[in-house]
Design a protein around this ligand. Sequence first.
Ligand code: MMA
Ligand code: CA
Length: 207
Amino acid sequence: MLSYTFCVIAAVATFLVPCHAQDKCTGILGLPGTPRANELPGRDRGDCLRGEPGPPGLPASFDTALRKVLISLKHRLARLEGVLALNAKITEVGEKILASNGREVNFASALKSCEEAGGTLATPMNEEENKAILGIVKQYNRYAYLGIKESETAGQFTYMNGIPVNYTKWRQYEPNGKGTEKCVEMYTDGGWNDRKCNLYRLTICEF
Ligand code: MMA
Ligand code: CA
């Protein structure tokens, strides 16, 4: 697969960058050289003349073996996800996986435990994700902190990376903290409220 990808990129690059000076063949790597028995193709300088064959490669059978490994890993992952979803340990929404440890802690601790697990606090980017997070909020019947914070400018809320939110689900009259409630909690109806960051709220992470 990788050698194929490389080949395509090299071919396109060769197509896009015509060679003007045959004596200055210093361009990008070119099309593969002719493979010898039990070797992967070498790589020549495709912007100009065919170059030297690449160094001896791995057996072509390696590619087939890697495909098999990938297929079995996919199966294994699908089964693990099935088990976790069946036991309501994870929720999959689009490309995201949501999970809670069931703990209620302050905002900083919730964020820390999500990050230590390789994720971040659940951050709804659209209605579908908000509903998926709401499912977990309802499961535990506890309000949850979201991965959203108020910036230095009161009333302006951003994702953890500082980018302003572009989807919101504020409840009526929210946000009303005007700089005094810098975190955001999700209620059991899915609506949002700006709230102080030192309360005990359900930890929901996204991965
Ligand atoms: C009310 C409402 C919220 C605010 C909290 C703070 C219970 O909800 O005014 O917007 O965040 O009070 O306690
Ligand atoms: Ca509020």
